[in-house]
Design a protein around this ligand. Sequence first.
Ligand SMILES: C[S@@+](CC[C@H](N)C(=O)[O-])C[C@H]1O[C@@H](n2cnc3c(N)ncnc32)[C@H](O)[C@@H]1O
Length: 206
Amino acid sequence: MPKTKSLLDGIGNQKETERYYDDWATNYDETLKNWNYKAPNKAVNILFNLKKNIIFNLDLACGTGLFGEELIKKNNKIIIDGCDISSKSLKITNKKNLYRNLFKQSFEKKIKLNHKYDSVSMIGSMTYCKKPNLLFPIIFNYLKKNGIFIFTHRVDLWIKQDFDSLIHSYNKLFKFNYKSRPLNYLPENINFSNKVKIRIVGLKKI
Ligand SMILES: C[S@@+](CC[C@H](N)C(=O)[O-])C[C@H]1O[C@@H](n2cnc3c(N)ncnc32)[C@H](O)[C@@H]1O
């Protein structure tokens, strides 16, 4: 199969993904707005329904900080840390002055942190996780007891990767707190339109 560089079919390895998002960073926010990307806003609303008292949030694959913007709109006292592999995206996030610490690091490696979070978010990025079975224990360690992991995942990949079974296999670590119906992801993008949907999921650390 030829190597395709597309959002829909996959960008490639981590280095290629990093370059892709670095190249996109300066007009990422504008493009996503044009595609009517609502996942950060919807995920924040769900997160606040699942947990009221959030003080610390860790935003994995934070990109240009769209999720942080929505979090701060809800509660401007929340302290947000973030990580991403795209340094150009992190530079843009940094300029927005919404995040406390930004780490240029993959979510697949444990970030050295000296405190725990009320919530961990990973929005629009599960597609890039090569080994989801290794990710969940890492996230478990970032969270306080009863902390929430909120993430989105494409429904087509959810089925292909049998995410229901995967999450069930971690039922000693997390309780399945919320799983949305399939929702539009990038409705104004011609390849995604109403064909590719996402779920928003909330897991509670036991
Ligand atoms: C579709 S964007 C989502 C960004 C942001 N969360 C949002 O909702 O706008 C995907 C992001 O995942 C990042 N990414 C891809 N693979 C990653 C990895 N292994 N570790 C950290 N970030 C990664 C990309 O650099 C990009 O910023």
